[in-house]
Design a binder for this molecule. Structure first.
Ligand code: C2E
Ligand code: CA
Ligand code: CA
Length: 747
């Protein structure tokens, strides 16, 4: 039979076990040998007694040494013990033999009975080593079998038949006993192993394991990652009492489900020792015996639950201000519109000059401004009014309003809350807002119409000078739709590749000749209609669209310059208009210079026009670096619309500016307004003092031209000379000026 080494060791240990049987055997054999000497004092019996005593003396220390070795985990002297045991069995056998062959039947009876008793002892003690037991039984009984055949005593021969049968019976009993023990020990060992594994699995499980009895009391409890010995504290408690009171009903239902379906799932909560709520996902299953016990595996899903709650919250709130977001507003609008009496108003708010604060003071200041703004709105309104952040610097408020007066009074409360300046790092900043309002039902039949109406009113408030509330009126719609039309027209023109530069000549007042052109954006159409840049000006307000338009203009203008250079057209230079959005584009300047090189366009053929707005805001650093690179490469920079923006005079020395373009609002009042003349004179003088050329734009009349000549202006541009023309017309215009100058210099 296949036996594992551990079990074999345990079985072999039997050689050194059962001390009483061992000692009983020794004393019994010595006693029997002594009785034999007493009855038959002949040499064989003396020798037998001596052998028994000697064996007893030798075997005892071997037994003790073996037990000690086993206790210490060492190998016991198995072979020595086996040899000595066999010798002892043989001595019994030979004792019986001599007793029988001496014809002393009393002695023979004592010896044979003792031998039989000792054979039983051998079997009991050595079933773990059945071969040794068999050998010992053989050695103890075989001599008696032989004696039975040689002693001429009728009836004794029966021993020779009985004993072998007895030996065989004992042999097989010993082997059966051995097999039974091995089977049982193997089963026990397997059980121990599996218990050990189960414990390891339980103790390292990330889940709570609970077993409850039929009365639903806990009879087994295991916390994740802790030893089973530490788990006793909940034993005996009612499982339902562990659940959060609000989950008890669910717990009872789960128990009922387990009773009828065998298993159930349950999500439950429990307050931990620190008073924090923890969530558990519990799977309960009936244990498949008839004990009525239920196994519960509970997983702590608090982390997952919190993430879910956070995700849900995030989906409907703005993390910066903690206000609900657009989705909440939309739902609430739908809900109110679904009621019989939707007497409410929607306000849309936009923080005035937020972009400037964000750009000049950084995003931290912007974030603080948004949070303060949100707090002030909430403080100005009632608990039941919904304040929402729509995104960026746009907020919305939905509140109950029965009349326009209610809307105005809400607006007044909001402005009162915002009037105090907002303080950031010692600076006081205005916390103003423009507000557009629409009323439910009155200004739209559904959610999107009402939101759109408030949006349009907001736009009207912004264009009317900000810091005010406007109620939606249907006339406002036209303005917004006009802007939407402009953006759509720009997008269509881009898509159909109809965005092209037209060129407006720039006249030198000194030579009366064209010194260059300004490239102005035009959208052509199939029916020869041309949209000017002004016609689509709303498209320039979208930085992304503005960048695409500029890119198209740059590409087209550079290609045109390349063709004119190749055809020797004496166009002088071409000025292109750029915005702050262009300079913010990654690698913009490098790409422009690379394209000039690739097309072999000398930098003197190109001018860049920027307005004062590019010097303001957070991107001013980039703009300065970009303009400096362009200027260093030989491209001239013109400051467009000079006098209309917010640039300070220090910008003129800080940035590399070569030309000043007097805005046409001043030029066009020349001859009518002495102030306009004074401003133009001041600009000409300032520019000349700083070594700049002066270009006057929007020159439409001779009066204006003459005034500019008197002021010492260098270059003029305007309808007096020509509107912007398509590129094909330019060579003819340049040729024509030789025959007849566009405008003659005043004599
Ligand atoms: P701007 O740079 O000041 O361009 C001059 C504008 O004045 C042009 O209008 C031009 O047609 C117009 N103009 C020229 N002479 C006269 C005149 O004698 N009288 C009057 N009343 N107007 C005159 P346009 O082309 O509609 O451009 C408007 C603005 O759009 C431009 O002002 C410029 O700021 C912008 N723009 C034009 N083309 C581009 C472009 O390619 N890129 C960028 N970023 N902006 C452009
Ligand atoms: Ca310009
Ligand atoms: Ca201009």
């Amino acid at each position: 039979m296949q036996v594992s080494p551990t079990i074999r060791l345990q079985l072999e240990a039997g050689l050194f076990g059962s001390v009483p049987i061992f000692l009983g055997g020794i004393f019994n054999s010595i006693a029997v040998a002594a009785i034999a000497v007493w009855r038959q004092p002949t040499t064989p019996f003396f020798v037998w007694l001596a052998v028994e005593i000697a064996l007893g003396i030798v075997r005892l220390p071997v037994l003790l040494a073996g037990r000690r070795a086993l206790r210490n985990g060492k190998t016991p002297p198995k072979t020595t013990a086996a040899i000595l045991s066999s010798a002892w069995a043989a001595s019994i056998g030979f004792g019986a033999y001599f007793s029988l062959t001496h014809h002393d039947w009393v002695l023979s009876t004592i010896v044979c009975l003792s031998a039989a008793a000792m054979v039983s002892g051998i079997c009991l003690r050595n079933f773990g080593t059945p071969r040794l037991a068999a050998l010992m039984v053989f050695l103890a009984l075989a001599p008696s079998t032989v004696a039975g055949t040689i002693v001429s005593q009728p009836g004794l021969a029966i021993i020779s038949i009985q004993l072998p049968i007895f030996i065989l019976t004992i042999f097989s009993a010993s082997f059966v006993l051995h097999r039974m023990m091995v089977t049982q020990m193997t089963a026990l060992s397997d059980l121990e192993k599996s218990e050990f594994f189960n414990r390891i699995i339980l103790e390292s499980s990330p889940d709570y394991t609970i077993i409850i009895n039929e009365q639903h009391d806990i009879i087994f409890f295991n916390r994740p990652n802790s030893a089973l010995s530490e788990q006793g504290d909940l034993i005996g408690s009612a499982w339902l009492s562990l659940l959060h009171p609000a989950d008890r009903e669910g717990g009872e239902k789960a128990l009922a489900d387990v009773a009828c379906k065998g298993s159930a799932n349950l999500t439950t909560r429990r307050l931990d020792a620190d008073g924090r709520l923890r969530w558990f996902d519990v799977i309960a299953s009936r244990i498949s015996d008839d004990s009525g016990r239920i196994l519960m595996v509970a997983r702590d899903i608090t982390h997952q639950k919190r993430s879910e709650e956070r995700a849900l919250w995030m989906a409907r709130h703005d993390p910066l201000t903690g206000l609900p977001n657009r989705a909440v507003l939309q739902d609430e609008l739908d809900r109110i519109l679904g009621t019989d009496d939707p007497a409410a108003a929607l306000l849309m708010l936009d923080i005035d000059n937020f972009k400037t604060i964000n750009d000049t003071l950084g995003h931290d200041a912007g974030d603080r401004m948004l949070s303060t703004f949100a707090e002030r709105l909430q403080a100005a309104l009632g608990e039941e009014d919904l304040v929402v952040r729509l995104g960026g610097d746009e907020f919305a408020i939905l509140f109950s309003a029965r009349s326009d007066a209610d809307v105005w009074s809400a607006g007044a409360r909001i402005y009162a809350g915002l009037c105090e300046p907002f303080e950031y790092q010692g600076k006081l900043l205005a916390c103003g807002a423009s507000i557009g309002a629409s009323r439910l039902w009155h200004d739209g039949a559904n959610r999107s119409e009402i939101m759109k109406a408030a949006d349009i009113a907001l736009y009207a408030a912004k264009t009317a000078g900000r810091g005010q509330l406007k109620l939606f009126e249907s006339s406002m719609r036209a303005e917004v739709e006009g802007r939407e039309t402009m953006v759509a027209a720009a997008l269509t023109a881009l898509k159909q590749d109809r965005v092209v530069p037209f060129f407006q000549p720039k006249m030198s007042l000194g030579t009366s000749r064209i010194v260059g052109f300004e490239a102005l954006l035009r959208c052509t159409s199939a029916d020869n209609q041309v949209l000017t840049a002004d016609d689509i000006k709303a498209a320039f307000d979208d930085p992304a669209l503005c960048a695409v338009l500029s890119e198209r203009m740059i590409e087209r203008t550079l290609s045109q310059i390349e063709r004119w250079l190749a055809a020797d057209v004496p166009f002088g230079h071409v000025a292109i208009n750029l915005t702050a959005a262009d300079f913010r584009r990654e690698g913009f300047v490098d790409s422009l210079l690379t394209r000039l090189q690739r097309k072999a366009i000398p930098p003197s053929c190109l001018q860049i026009e920027v307005t004062e707005t590019v010097f303001l805001g957070r991107g001013a650093g980039y703009v300065e670096a970009a303009l400096r690179s362009l200027s260093e490469s030989g491209i001239k920079i013109a400051l467009d619309d000079f006098g209309t923006g917010y640039a300070s005079l220090s910008h003129l020395s800080q940035f590399p500016i070569d030309l000043l373009k007097i805005d046409r609002t001043f030029v066009q009042r020349l001859g009518q307004s002495p102030e306009a003349k004074a401003i133009c004179a001041a600009v000409v003088n300032l520019g000349h003092c700083l070594g700049m050329q002066i270009v006057a734009e929007g020159v439409e009349t001779l009066v204006q031209e003459n005034a500019l000549i008197d002021l010492g202006c260098d270059v003029c541009q305007g309808f007096l000379y020509s509107k912007a023309m398509p590129a094909e017309a330019i060579p003819m215009v340049l040729l024509g000026q030789d025959a007849k100058p566009l405008r003659a210099r005043r004599a």
